[in-house]
Design a protein around this ligand. Sequence first.
Ligand SMILES: C/C(=C\CNc1ncnc2c1ncn2[C@@H]1O[C@H](COP(=O)(O)O)[C@@H](O)[C@H]1O)CO
Length: 289
Amino acid sequence: MAVDPQHEPQPAAPARDVPPRERQRGPVVLRRGQVEEGTTTDQRLLDSRGPADWVHTDPWRVLRIQSEFVEGFGTLAELGPAVSVFGSARTHRDSPDYALGVEVGRLIAEAGYAVITGGGPGAMEAANKGCCEAGGTSVGLGIELPFEQGMNAWVDLGVNFRYFFARKTMFVKYAQGFVVLPGGFGTLDELFEALVLVQTRKVTRFPVVLLGTAYWGGLVDWVRSTVLPHGMVSGADLDLLHVTDDPREAVRLVIGSEEERAAELRAARAKADADREAGGWDPTAAGRG
Ligand SMILES: C/C(=C\CNc1ncnc2c1ncn2[C@@H]1O[C@H](COP(=O)(O)O)[C@@H](O)[C@H]1O)CO
């Protein structure tokens, strides 16, 4: 009998059509010899047991550092214009320096600027108090210290940092300038960090004002009489420092007078209008000041 080739029995499916052993490792597909035995990533995540010493390793710290920058940038990005105020954590509430801190915080707030401090006691608390009482935005960037230290009661917007260097970035990035009240090593560290950033042109137009001639005069004289003649700084570097006893003068030096600020705003708006007419409008140009 003739065999119809169309109805001949088909050979069995070749072995390669049998689904191979397969496993996924995140987005990676592993087959045959690439398949590893063991738990999935998800299983390992959910498994609470196991050693925990990795939380004290540098790669893990890098993620924590990254999260401090994310939290700081995220919280402060829309703060608007601000001035950072520094000064001793040990300034007593009944001291003239505390009253000076309250006054400068108030004047900054009345000029429409937020006040950023280290969120601690003393001069920081004073500046936050003055700002808060005047209805300004009172910011505290706290730091985790070996001894218990909460955010002062006058901070309305606070972020706590583990790392000094992440916190210091925020003081500079989100302020138009610094006002520095009498203080110790912490205050000096913040002062000289700002001066080096300006001197090396990492930041431009960043006024630094020392409030209290009796306290700061000795330091400024030493820089002028010793550091300058030794050639360790230039005459232009000395101009980076302003010293005054008058909180109004301090605020004016940092943010300009009301007229200067209004003129800056007018100029920024005019530039934005001109750019818009030219077809290249920069929506951020008129927003500050
Ligand atoms: C010393 C005491 C408390 C310290 N608490 C602080 N909280 C927040 N920020 C602080 C603290 N101490 C120092 N700082 C930072 O340094 C600057 C003040 O340092 P100084 O040595 O006192 O001049 C200040 O601007 C902060 O940014 C006990 O009361």
